[in-house]
Each structure stands twice: as structure tokens, then as C-alpha cells.
Design a protein around this ligand. Structure first.
Ligand code: GDP
Length: 158
């Protein structure tokens, strides 16, 4: 549309990053949240699990969703590396939500909720278990991060 400027349409613009090992469900969490869609066939290259991301990806981020897969313990073990990389590249006030995704696969759970909760408390992260497949907690996870960011930003503005 001619003359359309997206910056006219909102009061706040926040950059969030979505990180975590390959195959944990990042793309599906995003499509569930933004379009209410899920793709069972989405092919991510499982194999390369942890991969460092360029600093440009992190620059200016005020929130992060750090995702692991509750059915693959290795993806939870890598959370500490993701967190370090995130902290090395972002403002200390960044709001971080740890997300254990694929909570619908109850019979395959390999990461205990209590372990993830304890880790989150030690590292001052918010924590939720989600399912992009059944849409459980997906909206809550995104909106909780946004509302925590909003609290910080609105305090600063005063
Ligand atoms: P990404 O590599 O982190 O972006 O992961 P994807 O979103 O591509 O998902 C990887 C695979 O896991 C796909 O086959 C998805 O269908 C599947 N998946 C993602 N989220 C869920 C979920 O909540 N439950 C189940 N059962 N499968 C999921």
C-alpha cells in the first residue's frame, strides 16, 4: 500500500528471539502463535543440534523464548549453552522464557518438569511447558514474555 508505514500501526515494537536446538518446535510454535497453524511434516535438520547463531540475530532483543523438546534430553542439556550465548549477546535485563515443547507426547517424556523448573529458578527464567500441536500454553508463553517486557519498558518510561 502506497505510503503505508508499519511504524504508524503500533505503540511498541519489541524484538523477541526464538532459540533452541534443531527440531524442538520453534517454527511450529511461531506458526501456531501467529497463524494458528501446525505442520506435522515440517522438516528440520535434526542432526546438527546446537549451532551458534550470529550476533546480528540477537542484537536489540528484549525477550527470548528458549525452547527444548521434552522428549529429547539432549535438547535440555544444551539449554545452558544457548543461555550463555544469549547472555553474551544481549542486555542483562532481557526477559527469558524457558519452554519445554511437545508436552502432548506424555508417554515419551525424557525431561522432568521439576528439573526444568529448578533450572529456571536458578537462572531467573520464566518457565512453561507447551504443545504447538495441541496449542497448549503457546499463546500464554508469548503473551507472558510480552507482558514482562512491557512492565520493564513502562517502568523505564516513567
Ligand atoms: P524447529 O527446527 O525447532 O523449528 O522445529 P519444527 O517446528 O520444525 O518442528 C520439528 C518437528 O517436531 C516437526 O516434525 C513438528 O511437526 C514436530 N513438533 C513441533 N512441535 C510439536 C509439538 O508440540 N508436539 C509434537 N508432537 N510434535 C511437534
Amino acid at each position: 500500500m502506497a505510503g503505508y508505514r508499519p511504524e504508524d500501526d503500533y505503540d511498541y515494537l519489541f524484538k523477541l528471539v526464538l532459540i533452541g536446538d534443531s527440531g524442538v518446535g520453534k517454527s511450529n510454535l511461531l506458526s501456531r502463535f501467529t497463524k494458528n497453524e501446525f505442520n506435522l511434516e515440517s522438516k528440520s535438520t535434526i542432526g546438527v543440534e546446537y549451532r551458534a547463531i550470529t550476533s546480528a540475530y540477537y542484537r536489540g532483543a528484549v525477550g527470548a523464548l528458549l525452547v527444548y523438546d521434552v522428549t529429547r534430553h539432549s535438547t535440555f542439556e544444551n539449554v545452558a549453552r544457548w543461555l550463555k550465548e544469549l547472555r553474551d549477546h544481549t542486555d542483562p535485563n532481557i526477559v527469558v522464557m524457558l519452554i519445554g515443547n511437545k508436552s502432548d507426547l506424555r508417554h515419551l517424556v525424557a525431561v522432568q518438569t521439576e528439573d526444568a523448573k529448578a533450572f529456571s529458578e536458578r537462572e531467573s527464567l520464566y518457565f512453561m511447558e507447551t504443545s504447538a500441536l495441541t496449542a497448549t500454553n503457546v499463546e500464554s508463553a508469548f503473551t507472558e514474555v510480552l507482558s514482562q517486557i512491557y512492565k520493564i519498558v513502562s517502568k523505564r518510561a516513567v
